[in-house]
Design a protein around this ligand. Structure first.
Ligand SMILES: O=C(O)c1ccccc1N[C@@H]1O[C@H](COP(=O)(O)O)[C@@H](O)[C@H]1O
Length: 214
């Protein structure tokens, strides 16, 4: 197993859960965002979460979710973390942490140096940060687009809470991404798929192996 903690996001089947478990991933991500090809119904997410082995943290990814949706998700699906991937304010992050009693990871899109101060702000209120590529203007999805950002922007940067690197990671580039950024945790979705929303067990294994072998 690698010393880097892996999150595989956008799981949709029993086979995906098995692949994540075999790869030794630390986190399994379930998407609740209707525009995403990885979107799950709440009952389906519950089934998959119940199959997820202990030791793999179950993360619900939401985008600007209101309390009604979060109540429904957290009431039905056994979870270890909430991932906020929209434009939630720092105040909203604090509110969600307090209301649900779950650790909150806030995603921040990085496209240029101007985006970096947001990481400092959210680092004061979230339990973890997810440093992701900024989506292209007009994109349907605020993440999960398979696009990387210029990793040199965060070389040597550190924040007061644990953080994950995301955005366009693949089995071919993840070792370099870790080397350039110093990330100790990585998150991947598109880069381990054979088509949008379809996870590929071979690519999941290759992703983990690329980190082990570096
Ligand atoms: O995966 C999705 O469909 C998604 C939808 C809405 C917001 C975020 C989403 N995914 C997250 O985006 C990053 C990067 O994904 P990729 O590897 O570039 O495809 C990752 O954190 C996913 O959790």
């Amino acid at each position: 197993m690698s010393d880097i903690r892996i999150k595989i996001c956008g799981l949709g089947s029993e086979t995906d859960i098995e692949a994540v478990s075999r790869a030794g991933a630390a986190y399994a991500g379930f998407v609740f965002f209707p525009k995403s090809p990885r979107n799950l119904t709440i009952p389906r997410a519950r089934e998959l979460a119940l199959l997820t082995p202990p030791g793999v943290a179950k993360v619900a990814l939401v985008v600007n979710a209101n309390d009604a949706l979060l109540d429904e998700i957290t009431g039905a699906v056994p979870l270890d973390m909430l991932q906020l991937h929209g434009s939630e304010s720092p105040e909203r992050v604090q509110e969600i942490r307090a209301r649900y009693g779950l650790p909150v990871m806030k995603a921040v899109g990085v496209g240029s140096a101007e985006d970096l101060p947001a990481l400092e702000r959210y680092g004061r209120v979230a339990d973890q940060l997810l440093v992701d590529a900024k989506p292209p203007k007009g994109a349907d999805l605020p993440g999960g687009n398979g696009l990387a950002f210029d990793w040199r922007l965060i070389t040597g940067r550190r924040w007061p809470v644990p953080w994950m690197l995301a955005g366009g990671l693949t089995p071919d580039n993840v070792a370099l991404a870790v080397q350039m950024t110093g990330a100790r945790q990585v998150d991947v979705s598109s880069g381990v798929e054979s088509a949008p929303g379809v996870k590929d067990a071979g690519k999941i294994a290759a992703f983990a192996e690329a980190l082990r072998a570096r």
